[in-house]
Design a protein. Structure first.
Length: 89
């Protein structure tokens, strides 16, 4: 049967206010073989975050790029992809 990895932690929100999104992912650890159960289910989940209103939308806020995260696990044995992120602070 197919087997998924545990869900990774939620990544940082894309914004601090005004409505953003964050996501987490998981990989297929074991592909189904010889009639085993198919891989049913999401590989990524998304949720809203930073939904509080921004106090002054015209205010300029200095920001800096944070460090890159480590690479995620590959999403498949063949033709998969990896992801990494960094946040703006």
């Amino acid at each position: 049967d197919c087997e998924f990895s545990p869900w990774a932690d939620w990544l940082d929100c894309s914004v601090v206010c005004g409505g953003g999104e964050q996501h987490r992912s998981r990989a297929v650890l074991v592909e189904s073989t010889e009639g085993g159960g198919e891989c049913n289910g999401l590989k990524q989940q998304f949720r809203a975050c930073g939904t509080q209103p921004c106090e002054d939308q015209d205010a300029k806020v200095p920001c800096m790029w944070g460090e890159w995260s480590g690479w995620s696990a590959c999403t498949a044995l063949c033709n998969g992809h990896q992801e990494r992120d960094r946040v703006v602070s």
